[in-house]
Ligand binder design. Structure first.
Ligand code: NAD
Length: 246
């Protein structure tokens, strides 16, 4: 990843923040973005990382950032939201928000940054997009994940379509499908459950290794999929799920 310019969304905490650190440690120049500028201060001073505030649901902000940055070598669309509930608890507003943040924002990010990624691919022979999906998607159904599963399935379709369109141009596009990862958002879902102790046990129970993933279980695969090491890998939904889908 030496000197590759990699933009990461939702890099203020959780998987995005760990990915920013891992890509920078692998030699990349990382542009770490998040809607919450306060969270990004934790990355201040980390060699190889610069931070920019970005709400990925704001089309104007995406266009302005794309115009202001050099052409990217890699784009990691990490931002997403979990809506808890079956279709009976899913309001139109919940659905619209999940679709906007999990899918439409990713469409806008790709549309804004693909021209620059293609220019880089023409020059260097390699550029990569990584889109955050989940094992809860077209891969597997989970209880109370209607909006989440449907929108993360759309991410896989989007990923394959982009991969097909640019397969001859050295621009690759893959989706990451993690299992249950211990992050601030997961801890928030556990805390919001009627019985948080049981909720944590239930999340662990769905992981056959008997533990949650850590962000460090994911970052080697994320670095790989954004680097030239994966130069013959495109259009894939890559599972890092601790064996849930064996
Ligand atoms: P997290 O809560 O730990 O971090 C989410 C980050 O997203 C926060 O920093 C937040 O400020 C940022 N964010 C929220 N709205 C935003 C917006 N509009 N624009 C830009 N940034 C915004 O989350 P996480 O658990 O690390 O999840 C990151 C991604 O991984 C999500 O797409 C999630 O669906 C996916 N994922 C998570 C798990 C898991 O178990 N944690 C499993 C599979 C997939």
């Amino acid at each position: 990843m030496q000197n590759k310019v990699i933009l990461i969304t939702a890099a203020g905490q959780g998987i995005g923040a760990a990915s920013a650190r891992a890509c920078a440690a692998a030699g990349a120049r990382v542009i770490a973005t998040d809607v919450n500028a306060g969270l990004l201060t934790a990355l201040d001073g980390v060699p190889g990382i610069e931070t920019r505030q970005l709400d990925v649901t704001d089309a104007g902000a995406i266009a302005a950032l794309a115009a202001d940055l050099p052409d990217l070598d890699g784009l990691f669309n990490c931002a997403g939201v979990v809506h808890h509930g079956s279709i009976l608890e899913l309001s139109d507003d919940d659905w619209a928000f999940a679709l906007d943040l999990n899918v439409t924002a990713m469409v806008r990010m790709c549309r804004a940054f693909v021209p620059g990624l293609l220019r880089q691919a023409d020059q260097t022979g390699s550029a990569a997009i990584l889109n955050m999906s989940s094992m809860a998607s077209s891969v597997k159904g989970f209880q109370n994940r209607t909006a989440y599963g449907a929108t993360k399935a759309a991410v896989i379709g989007l990923t394959k379509a982009i991969a097909a369109d640019f397969v001859t141009r050295n621009l690759r596009c893959n989706a990451l499908c993690p299992g249950t990862v211990d992050t601030p958002s997961l801890q928030g879902r556990i805390a919001a459950a009627p019985d948080p102790v049981q909720a944590e046990k239930d999340f662990i129970a769905r992981q056959p290794m008997g533990r949650l993933a850590t962000v460090d279980d994911l970052t080697p695969t994320i670095v790989h999929l954004l680097s030239d090491g994966s130069r013959f890998v495109t259009g894939q939904a890559v599972l890092v799920d601790g064996g849930v889908t064996i």
